[in-house]
Design a protein around this ligand. Structure first.
Ligand SMILES: Nc1nc2c(ncn2[C@@H]2O[C@H](COP(=O)(O)OP(=O)(O)O)[C@@H](O)[C@H]2O)c(=O)[nH]1
Ligand SMILES: [Mg+2]
Ligand SMILES: [Zn+2]
Length: 308
């Protein structure tokens, strides 16, 4: 290389927000830099560790030149049917449910399955505990989650108690809040991270000014240690699926019994001697088993499509 054109050394940093070709990077010295992505091949998600160079760019002060290898990643299947990363370098998934909007526990199961396949810790937050769950729709599923070993925390932005317990669970790791739109992920973020104002979707205001809702993920440092990623609300979430026989690994109570089924390749559908089916009503809930079978059918469909 020519001696008169020294290449400036790149610096390390962390992506705390990204949108298209733009990203906000917190450099290892603590400064926030707006960066563009170099070239067409790079893409980043919240939580990525990157190398960047100071450079004047359109609307930015740096260029991301390299994305470092990702540790545990949350991914989803995009509208185009492609796997797409959601957030990187995670340690924990926090599935948020609430009495309102009407809960979709199949969705919650799919998030938890994604966490199991990836080896992420997971817990369930039952938010809006200030609201009455008149029909008790949360009770059964929450009891199931607790029985199979997921910590279940009750929280509310109105009453601080649950937020404290959640803060303790988040300390020391990098957690992503996931769940349906409107369950209160951004409100929890605001309660947990002093001084931030994550956009909260106030339905009453929506008519005039467009919905105030989360459109991209953002990563926040928690004062008590740990990091929190608030992710955009979703109507649906499908994780990239493993091979059909590995789907059960996403359902810990099913995986725990699989070794006791008569057939070693039992898929816990209608096989004779299936220990999982025999445990319905005891250590396996009917609802979770149905949810597993739906995911299994999807995984088989995908596998058939690939073979064709
Ligand atoms: N009653 C009650 N409402 C809440 C609570 N948390 C959030 N909300 C409301 O639920 C709506 C959606 O909240 P938001 O944080 O945007 O949900 P997100 O889509 O999951 O990020 C807003 O109108 C909030 O004011 C809570 O603990 N109790
Ligand atoms: Mg939000
Ligand atoms: Zn079985």
């Amino acid at each position: 290389m020519h001696a008169s054109t020294p290449v400036p050394p790149s610096r390390a940093g962390r992506v705390v927000a990204s949108h298209g070709r733009d990203a906000t990077v917190v450099s290892d010295d603590g400064t926030r830099v707006h960066c563009r992505l170099q070239g067409r091949r790079l893409s980043v998600v919240c939580g990525d560790r990157v190398r960047w160079l100071a450079a004047r760019t359109e609307g930015g002060a740096g260029v991301i030149v390299e994305v470092l290898a990702r540790a545990k990643l949350l991914a989803r299947i995009s509208a185009r049917g492609e796997p797409e990363p959601v957030a990187a370098n995670l340690t924990q998934l926090v599935a948020v449910v609430a009495p309102l909007p009407a809960p979709d526990f199949g969705l919650c199961d799919r998030y938890l399955a994604a966490a199991e396949w990836t080896g992420l810790d997971a817990c369930v937050v039952a938010n809006k505990s200030d609201l009455e769950d008149a029909d008790g729709v949360l009770d059964g599923p929450l009891a199931d989650y607790a029985r199979i070993g997921y910590p279940v925390l009750r929280a509310s932005k109105r009453t601080e108690g649950g937020v404290e317990a959640l803060r303790d669970r988040l300390a020391g790791g990098t957690s992503v809040l996931v769940g349906q739109s409107g369950v209160g992920k951004s409100s929890l973020t605001n309660a947990l991270v002093p001084g931030v104002s994550a956009a909260v979707d106030e339905v009453s205001r929506a008519s005039e000014s467009g919905r105030h809702t989360t459109t991209t993920s953002s990563l926040y440092a928690l004062p008590s240690g740990g990091e929190l990623i608030d992710s955009p609300g979703v109507r649906d979430f499908s994780p990239p699926l493993p091979a059909p026989r590995e789907v059960a690994g996403g359902y810990r109570e099913i995986a725990a019994l699989a070794a006791h089924c008569r057939f070693r390749d039992c898929l816990h559908r209608r096989e004779p001697g299936c220990r999982v089916a025999a445990a319905v009503g005891e250590s396996v809930s009917e609802r979770r088993l149905e949810s597993y079978r739906r995911l299994l059918a999807l995984a088989e469909e995908m596998a058939a499509r690939i073979r064709r």
